[in-house]
Ligand binder design. Structure first.
Ligand code: SF4
Ligand code: SF4
Length: 413
């Protein structure tokens, strides 16, 4: 059914009538009137992608998404489709990242880069409070953060799982990080399903991808055919449905859905790596004295790159500063890493004084003790730590080496 209304009536109809159907606006665009049901799949043509971004802008969201910077795809503010890395393809291997230009129109046919969404939800540095004054005349200013509303565009399935892991750590227990809670409540998530697996990805073996199953407001699968470029969009939440209702879409046909599912299944079949998770917790606990820890310590630089790029590593330190005249002080929270010597410092020295003990701590926390602490793996198989390790240490290879030469020692604490 199609209806024509004068332009001043269009908004009233949108918000008041609530009928389900389609009408044609003065611009000739057919518009959805009622939000599509959650889990419905619709088609968004490439030429209409900007209208999705505009709809988010109208709802006061600032867009954060993939852009090219310093030869890598990173996450930063953008507002126009033209700013996305069209035609860019990445090549990733251990200690290798290369971005290529292609003639293809794909906007999202690459995998994750060095940034993750952690930097927006759990910022690398944060001033907790500041104090001014002298003697007894002290004023403490600890402002309650009012976060910007951010729309994350292009969140991959592994990173949806990483956000869920951070949620458990930062707001899922008895000690809630109020800043994280506010930032998390203010974000809108547009996921993008991976149609190309990266050389260091292993999400399929971690059951964290490449298809986005939950944790998104909208999830897009990009499809490029010889004469058509479009997205199959899954609606994940009422918020996602409300936004999509103001964007021109059409119902996805069985052919559209099959094409989208096939692309994602192909990506799952071409993962660069895999991690065997069977009994991994017990395996690592039983091999705490495995000679492989000495082997990896001989290569590891303890540079902490792996923890900085990891979307789930959340450790931080606290720094207090004062000005020269002593009338102003600040307390900052900064990302830290279990690879630094100072991180395990307790009175008299560091508990983990060797690189061997620090690498072992990191890997066993990610794959074993995280389960005991938070009920899931701390690794989502994004592969960042493999790509961005300057000496190419590979978590999947290290876990495999331990499994291959398991000595079965029982961990006694
Ligand atoms: S594993 Fe690699 S990235 Fe991590 S601390 Fe060691 S050298 Fe640096
Ligand atoms: S440990 Fe490595 S592969 Fe796993 S989530 Fe962190 S960066 Fe990604």
């Amino acid at each position: 059914m199609q209806y024509r209304f004068p332009v001043h009536a269009e908004l009233c109809i949108l918000f008041l009538c609530g009928f389900r159907g389609e009408f044609v606006s003065r611009t000739g665009r057919s518009m959805s009137v009622k939000p599509p049901p959650i889990h419905e799949r619709v088609v968004l043509e490439r030429k209409d992608l900007q209208s999705l971004f505009d709809a988010l802008h109208q709802r006061k969201y600032d867009l954060i998404g993939p852009v090219v910077h310093d030869g890598a795809i990173v996450y930063d503010e953008f507002s126009k489709v033209d700013e996305l890395p069209a035609g860019r393809a990445d090549e990733q291997e251990a200690a290798t990242y290369r971005l290529k230009k292609t003639d293809e129109p794909w906007l999202f046919r690459y995998t994750v880069g060095p940034h993750s969404w952690k930097k927006f939800l759990h910022p690398p540095q944060l001033r907790l409070w500041q104090m001014h004054g002298t003697g007894r005349n002290l004023e403490i200013d600890a402002p309650v953060e009012k976060p910007r509303s951010l729309a994350f565009i292009g969140v991959r399935s592994c990173d949806l799982h990483a956000i869920a892991v951070l949620d458990k750590v930062c707001i899922g227990g008895p000690y809630v990080d109020p800043g994280y809670a506010a930032r998390r409540a203010s974000c809108f998530i547009v996921a993008v399903n991976c149609v190309k697996a990266g050389g260091t990805c292993f999400c399929a073996s971690m059951n964290t991808g490449p298809k986005s199953e939950h944790g998104f407001d909208i999830a897009l699968t990009e499809i490029v055919e010889s004469h058509r470029h479009y997205f199959v969009a899954d609606i994940g939440t009422p918020k996602g449905a409300e936004v999509m209702a103001s964007v021109r879409t059409s119902p996805a046909t069985p052919k559209d859905i099959a094409a989208a599912d096939q692309l994602v299944a192909d990506a799952a079949g071409k993962m660069g790596r895999a991690l065997d998770t069977r009994g991994i917790k017990e395996l690592l606990y039983q091999n705490i004295e495995h000679p492989r820890w000495d082997n990896v310590a001989g290569r590891c630089l303890a540079c902490a790159n792996c923890t900085m790029v990891c979307p789930t590593c959340f450790c931080n330190t606290i720094e207090d500063t004062t000005n020269v005249s002593g009338n102003q002080a600040e307390r900052w929270r900064r990302w830290d890493s279990c690879f630094t010597l100072e991180f395990s410092y307790v009175y008299g020295g560091s508990v983990r004084s060797t690189t061997r003990s620090r690498y072992r701590q990191w890997l066993t926390h990610k794959l074993a003790s995280w389960h005991d602490q938070f009920g899931s793996s701390g690794c989502v198989g994004c592969g960042r730590c493999i790509t961005w390790c300057p000496v190419g240490i590979d978590i999947t290879e290290e876990a495999r080496a331990i499994r291959a030469g398991s000595v079965g020692h029982v961990h006694k604490g």
